[in-house]
Ligand binder design. Structure first.
Ligand code: MN3
Length: 232
């Protein structure tokens, strides 16, 4: 005879979905929906910039990535984007640069949309402690981050990443590269410093855009990314 407890345990096991039939990702990449409305980040990031950035720029990376892979490495269309970027050496050399730029663009923008929110809040708990331990204070972190972002010549990104000597460190990458593509850890926060991210509202004033960006950082999402980075 099974006890009531054993019966409950048995039914709990039976209720689990079978991993063996886990669905494969459909072939091809798609533009993810923004997690908020196009005007949600106003006045800091304007609706027109967000609309063009998402529906034109990000869409173009997705369309170009699919086109390049369909013709040159169709098996990669079913892989997660992280796997495509980690295996660029397997992409035919003639299109490797294109897959790098458009695949990186797809990953970076998907990440970027998710680290912003209308009511950004402030860092707390473990994340705030890690920022304090690494930079001295939240304000000093912002200076370090914005220095990296302003100092990125031409187009690229600035990132907050888990560090080796300190819990967190700041870095930047050119074009649509990101820290993982350079063999590093996944970032927990990033900012797009291509002119298309700010030119309509801030013109050439990248520093003004960065100042505004800190009003819409989704610190809960950053904290979640930080917690994940400590598990991996
Ligand atoms: Mn962009």
């Amino acid at each position: 005879m099974l006890t009531r407890r054993q019966m409950l345990q048995a039914s709990a096991v039976l209720a689990l979905p079978s991993l063996a039939t886990a669905q494969e990702k459909p072939a091809g990449f798609t533009l993810p929906k923004l997690p908020y409305a196009y005007d949600a980040l106003e006045p800091h990031i304007d609706a027109e910039t967000m609309t063009i950035h998402h529906t034109k720029h990000h869409q173009a990376y997705v369309t170009n990535l699919n086109g390049l892979l369909e013709k040159n490495a169709p098996e990669m269309l079913k892989k997660p984007i992280e796997e495509v970027l980690a295996n660029l050496k397997n992409i035919p050399e003639m299109v490797r640069g294109g897959v790098r730029n458009n695949g990186g663009g797809h990953w970076n923008h998907t990440f970027f949309w998710n680290v912003m929110a209308k009511a950004g809040g402030t860092p707390k708990g473990d994340l705030l402690k890690a920022i304090d331990d690494s930079f001295g204070s939240l304000d000093k972190f912002k200076v370090a981050f914005n220095t990296a972002a302003v100092g990125r010549f031409g187009s690229g990104w600035a990132w907050l990443v888990p560090g080796k000597d300190k819990p967190l460190t700041v870095t930047s990458t050119p074009n649509q590269d990101n820290p993982q593509m350079a063999g590093g850890a996944a970032p927990i926060l990033g900012v797009d410093v291509w002119e298309h991210a700010y030119y309509l509202k801030y013109r050439n004033l990248r520093a003004k855009y960065l100042e505004a960006f800190f009003n819409v950082v989704n610190w809960d999402a950053v904290a979640e990314n930080f917690a994940k980075s400590k598990k991996s």
